[in-house]
Ligand binder design. Structure first.
Ligand code: ZN
Ligand code: ZN
Length: 299
């Protein structure tokens, strides 16, 4: 009797080992979210991203194959209706309810405003709570990681203790990186930072950097002449002005605005295009922003 039982058990174990386990499929809207997902999920889940390198999440159009990926996903993470507007209707609908998680919510009164939203989870007070580029703030990234952890833990066949460990590691590594970055950014005392669009705001706020001017709140719209003149004035009066441009946007355009002024340029990438998608990717992303900002130091 007991012999038969053992044989059966062994047989089942062998079967389980050879049958491919269907991996968990996760879809992230943009690369930085993919990096936070990787930090929490580890290597055993498939993570794909909708907005490809070189495209802007502000005005992306989805391919039919990506819609299918959404249908097949076990979990979907995106920033929210004020960021990836192209996903608002689809992900806000009934079809994906239950497997979608947005990190920010739409402000109901200002639906048409591009960069407007409220965020509830932030532990420390930032002056401007509306900017939807939440992922550049390490504090917010940790909140995102916790929300991802909670969501993934509800999925079937998930090793939750592994997720717990991953989240703990991420929190610790992020904290260490944050301290290191904070210290290195102290050198920027006396430098005035300017940015093309508002994506840098939450990073600057978090690390208490002097972000003296932002040219446009919506990268799809050209800023008005009056606002350009305002920023030019600030640039003229600034101590060691430094402009942070982004690879997605036209650098030449900046040049014309800064003509005749002594301005340092540096490029940073809020979409983490060149960062390898690993569990440590988000930390590297934070460091890459800090490195770009440190390029502003006088040589
Ligand atoms: Zn943006
Ligand atoms: Zn913060």
């Amino acid at each position: 009797m007991s012999f038969t039982k053992t044989t059966l058990a062994l047989g089942l174990a062998a079967l389980a080992a050879t049958t491919p386990v269907s991996a968990t499929n996760i879809v992230a809207s943009i690369k930085p979210i993919e990096l936070v997902v990787k930090a929490v999920a580890g290597d055993n889940m498939n993570v794909s991203t909708i907005v490809p390198p070189g495209s802007s999440p502000h005005n992306y159009s989805m391919k039919p194959s990506q819609r299918r990926a959404l249908e097949q996903a076990d979990a979907i993470f995106w920033v929210g209706p004020n960021m990836e507007t192209f996903l608002s209707r689809l992900l806000g609908g009934k079809e994906f309810a239950g497997k979608v998680l947005a990190f920010t919510e739409s402000t109901s009164d200002d639906k048409d405003e591009h960069h407007e939203h409220g965020h509830e989870h932030h532990g420390h007070d930032h002056g401007n709570g509306d900017d939807p580029h939440v992922w550049v703030d390490p504090h917010m990234a940790l909140e995102m990681a916790k929300a991802i952890h909670a969501k993934l833990s509800t999925l079937e066949g998930i090793n939750t203790s592994e997720l717990d460990t991953n989240l703990k590691d991420f929190e610790q590594n992020l904290h260490t990186a944050e301290q290191r970055i904070k210290e290195s950014l102290n050198q920027l005392e006396g430098t005035s930072l300017f940015a093309y669009h508002s994506a840098l705001e939450r990073f600057a706020e978090h690390y208490e950097l002097d972000l003296a001017g932002v040219l446009t709140l919506n990268p799809e719209l050209s800023p008005g002449a009056r606002h350009i003149a305002e920023v030019q004035n600030k640039l003229r009066e600034a101590n060691q002005p430094c402009l942070l441009t982004e690879p997605q946007f036209n650098r030449q355009w900046w040049r014309s605005i800064t003509e005749g002024l002594n301005v340092t340029f540096s490029t940073w990438d809020p979409l983490a295009t060149d960062i390898e998608s690993t569990a440590n990717g988000y930390i590297e992303f934070q460091q890459s922003i800090a490195d770009a900002v440190l390029e502003c130091l006088p040589k």
